[in-house]
Design a binder for this molecule. Structure first.
Ligand SMILES: [Zn+2]
Length: 201
């Protein structure tokens, strides 16, 4: 039951995130102001969401631009992976997905992130993992909305995965819950194939 408090908390903040992102500054910039902004990339990241600030300040091996990501991701994948959105609870393809073997890769860049053996049932409405493949996930402090949470992103492309919560009392080896959006993930049973694809980049 304790974890349900976190789940509800997460859900509320997710919807706030969405409405906040819909009113991002660049979309409302008057044309006259835009023409006086020679350094648009800087200006854009300064006034954009905290999401874009974070991504700009960390260097990831996969350095695709927002336009390049838009070309390869669906609208929903872009909203979640690149703008730190959240899928509605209980809606994801991998929420109740418990394969025996296989690997979950980043839906953006295909880097292997989680093994099937890391997954557990949290009852939260999002896929839950107690650990990741070593080095696959990077943690950032997320101070949005007046609270401190730990955001997790793909270490290869910086794509937003979700948040990690600690000490909730789940009977797992780490007592951590990586709460990940299904939209941020792809599943493959071929663990070796996923690794090779990643190494070939
Ligand atoms: Zn990635």
């Amino acid at each position: 039951m304790r974890s349900n408090i976190f789940c509800i908390f997460h859900t509320l903040s997710s919807f706030t995130t969405r409405s906040r992102l819909n009113t991002r500054f660049p979309a409302r910039t008057p044309l006259a102001l835009k023409s006086s902004m020679p350094s648009i990339p800087f200006f854009g990241s300064f006034f954009g969401s905290s999401a874009s600030n974070n991504m700009a300040s960390t260097s990831y091996p996969d350095q695709r631009t927002p336009d390049e990501w838009r070309a390869v991701l669906s609208k929903e994948q872009f909203r979640i992976l690149r703008e730190k959105g959240t899928e509605p609870p209980g809606s994801g393809a991998y929420d109740k997905h418990y394969p025996k073997d296989g690997v979950y890769t980043c839906a953006g860049c295909n880097a292997p992130l989680y093994k099937a053996s890391h997954k557990f049932s949290s009852g939260c409405g999002w896929p839950a993992y107690f650990d990741s493949i070593p080095g696959a996930v990077i943690r950032h402090e997320d101070r949005a909305f007046g609270m401190v949470r730990t955001e997790i992103v793909c270490s290869n492309c910086g794509g937003h995965l979700g948040h990690v919560f600690k000490g909730e009392g789940f009977p797992t080896p780490t007592d951590e819950r990586h709460c990940v959006n299904s939209v941020s993930l792809k599943f493959t049973e071929d663990e070796q194939g996923a690794k090779k694809e990643d190494e070939g980049k």
